[in-house]
Design a protein around this ligand. Structure first.
Ligand SMILES: [Fe+2]
Length: 74
């Protein structure tokens, strides 16, 4: 019996594109940090990932820390 195993099957599933930017919203005032925009006036260049935003980042509107932000999906 010759069984040809052409079934290499498992097609490489692609992870979601890592280029997709996310937005994070301040739960206190609703201000939104957009990774694509960054916050140049606070020294955060456009394209900066939320995890790369300094831990001492404060909401420019109400002064709450990063921990008060939640990721939002549009
Ligand atoms: Fe805020």
């Amino acid at each position: 019996m010759s069984e040809t195993q052409t079934q290499a099957g498992i097609e490489g599933r692609k992870a979601p594109p890592s280029e997709a930017y996310a937005q994070y919203m301040c739960m206190i005032c609703g201000w939104i940090y957009d990774e694509e925009q960054g916050l140049p006036e606070a020294g955060i260049p456009p394209g900066t990932r939320w995890e790369d935003v300094p831990e001492d980042f404060l909401c420019p509107e109400c002064g709450e820390p990063k921990s008060m932000f939640e990721r939002i999906d549009i």
